[in-house]
Design a protein around this ligand. Structure first.
Ligand code: SAM
Length: 424
């Protein structure tokens, strides 16, 4: 019995790409369940898991990564408030705003949406949040709403004083926040997944797409598109942004929020006028107003360090120590941009220029609103690897923001050709 069969089962069941968490994690989960079921060998366990739905769910519980915490990417919540205030005036009071946290894991994200909106002055009748996750165990914790230290990271914990009560078991969330969220078990890839629900104004789908391969990500994005109303807003994690852009989602132009508007197309497949207007408005807003959080450009890279790096010989992609770059990407995913940037700098100084490192350095600059440096790094990445899909997509977006529609189109065309090449 090969581990690959279990990996394949998990991919079919929940979309999981074994490479995203590593085959070893899957092997550990299988061994854990095998021991808990008191079975002798893999063959016996395979028989059970491939015929019993409840055991399949247990295996899923053993592999999921429920890691989450309050204010994972603070700016997403600042961005949410801004979108709600601009898009949903009081005239909408008759129909409450619909928001979705998918996957909600143990509930921190869904509850933080509620706290952010209450802090912004919305009354409880004006909005409703749904939290969906495949893990019933995570959802049970979400409903309990008592959180330990691990859920409160960073120093800005003022919200904890206002919305939680310290108890012997942990911090207990106020009932009026709890009541705003309805949790429900759901698998994004189930055939009947949320078929009959009214569409959402806002969907948070953060740190889920990273667990899927490209084809599965595409399926997931189609489902998310169905769940969003036209021009509804989708929030993703920093490393998931490239994906959205390659599906024609449009940046909501909120620095560091990683928010995108659903494309709305008419019957002929063209963008509607309303959509085009929204896009122009959002671009103008992006240029004419200060970022909500006034992020400081990161200065972790000195000009001299970079010029040294550029003059070093190019290292072939296959020889790159993947782990260092994985670590940098992980830090960027967590919003720890200064550390991610430092990690890339060290990497480049040690190993020489790398498309992957330059792309990530661009992403970090982009995320903090430093567009000129972001452009430079994306170009450096493309110089080293003209087929770097994400660098092509991110640079296209920047060019669009800077008003260079033709340049952006050319880059998107190149990105499409790269995709076709990979498919072939
Ligand atoms: C890392 S957490 C993300 C939580 C939160 N959105 C955040 O960004 O902090 C990933 C969650 O995805 C859930 N998940 C994985 N595959 C899923 C699927 N196919 N459908 C629904 N939820 C899924 C897992 O159970 C886990 O709780």
């Amino acid at each position: 019995m090969l581990l690959a069969e279990f990996e394949n089962l998990l991919k079919q069941a929940m979309g999981l790409d074994a490479a995203s968490i590593g085959s070893r994690s899957i092997a550990r989960a299988v061994q854990k369940r095998l021991a808990e079921c008191k079975l002798e060998g893999l063959r016996e366990y395979w028989k059970l898991v491939s015929t019993s739905e409840s055991e399949r769910q247990e295996l899923i519980e053993a592999v999921v990564v429920p890691e989450t915490w309050f204010f994972r990417d603070r700016e997403a919540f600042t961005g949410l408030v801004r979108i709600v205030q601009e898009d949903c005036p009081a005239s909408r009071a008759q129909s409450p705003l619909r928001l979705l946290s998918l996957p909600s894991s143990t509930g921190e994200e869904a509850y933080l949406i509620v706290m952010a909106l209450l802090d912004a002055g919305l009354t409880v009748e004006r909005f409703r949040v749904d939290g969906i996750d495949i893990s019933r165990r995570a959802l049970a914790l979400a409903e309990r709403a008592v959180y330990g230290k691990n859920s409160f990271r960073g120093n800005d914990l003022d919200f904890r004083e206002r919305y939680f009560e310290a108890t012997a078991k942990g911090y207990r969330l106020s009932d009026h926040v709890r009541r705003q969220v309805r949790f429900q078990a759901g698998n994004l890839f189930a055939a009947d997944f949320m078929l009959d629900v009214e569409s959402y104004d806002v969907v948070f789908c953060r740190n889920l797409l990273i667990y899927f391969d490209r084809a599965t990500q595409k399926r997931a994005i189609k489902i998310l598109e169905r769940l969003l109303r036209p021009q509804g807003v989708l929030f993703v994690a920093p490393s998931e942004t490239g994906l959205l852009l390659s599906h024609e989602f449009i940046s909501a132009n909120l620095p560091l929020a990683f928010a995108f508007r659903r494309p709305s197309v008419n019957a002929s497949g063209k963008q509607t006028e309303a959509m085009a207007q929204a896009r122009v408005a959002s671009l103008r807003r992006g240029r004419m107003t200060q970022p909500a959080t006034n992020p400081k450009p990161i200065r972790a890279f000195s000009a001299s360090a970079l010029s040294t790096a550029i003059s070093l010989p190019v290292i072939a992609a296959a020889g790159e120590p993947k782990m260092a770059m994985d670590e940098a990407a992980r830090l960027a995913d967590q919003g720890r941009f200064v550390e991610a940037a430092k990690c890339c700098e060290t990497y480049v100084l040690k190993n020489g220029p790398s498309a992957q490192a330059f792309h990530l350095m661009g992403l970090v600059r982009d995320a903090t609103g430093n567009h000129p440096e972001a452009t430079t790094y994306y170009r450096k990445a493309l110089y080293l690897d003209p087929d770097h899909h994400e660098a092509l997509i991110h640079l296209a977006l920047l060019m669009e923001q800077q008003g260079s529609a033709a340049g952006a189109r050319a880059l998107r065309d190149r990105a499409r050709r790269v995709e076709q090449k990979h498919k072939a």
